[in-house]
Design a protein around this ligand. Structure first.
Ligand code: RB5
Length: 144
């Protein structure tokens, strides 16, 4: 079955979002923004993406802003979301294996297009390991 991936960005991430969309043949759910020249607020796009993933509209989410930091903060306000800001493929692999991350965050002003696509590939093709990691992820989901 084809993966469904939600993707969203602020104005700083439009070019990288388009590059990523062109690089992978998954079913994209594009939540904007589409205009790199019009400044928008990254929390609006992070919250929309987090809701789409939390509600099961997408298997995974990819969230992009200038650094990747602000939009990852927005995504991680949602209790079912485990958003990971990754700057290399090892982080992408390990956050899937250990944290069962369901949102990948990228910084368009930090990570170049080609490396970002490699990070996306690693994230999408790596499975959660379960085992000893499962109770830890459960503790992320239920802080109390
Ligand atoms: C927007 O200028 C910038 O603050 C945003 O893209 C992001 O880097 C925030 O964390």
């Amino acid at each position: 079955m084809k993966l469904k991936v939600a993707i969203a960005c602020d104005h700083g991430g439009v070019a990288l979002k388009n590059y990523i969309k062109d690089s992978f043949k998954v079913k994209w759910i594009d939540l904007g923004t589409d205009n790199a020249k019009k400044s928008v607020d990254y929390p609006d796009y992070g919250h929309a993406l987090a809701e789409a993933v939390a509600e099961g509209e997408a298997d995974f989410g990819i969230a992009i802003c200038g650094t990747g930091i602000g939009i990852s903060m927005a995504c991680n306000r949602h209790s079912q979301i485990r958003a990971a800001l990754c700057t290399n493929t090892t982080m992408a692999k390990l956050t899937r294996e250990h944290n069962d991350a369901n949102v990948l965050c990228l910084g368009a002003r930090i990570t170049g297009d080609v490396l970002a696509a490699e990070i996306v590939q690693e994230f999408l093709e790596t499975d959660f390991e379960g085992g000893r990691h499962a109770p830890r992820v459960e503790k992320l989901n239920n802080p109390n």
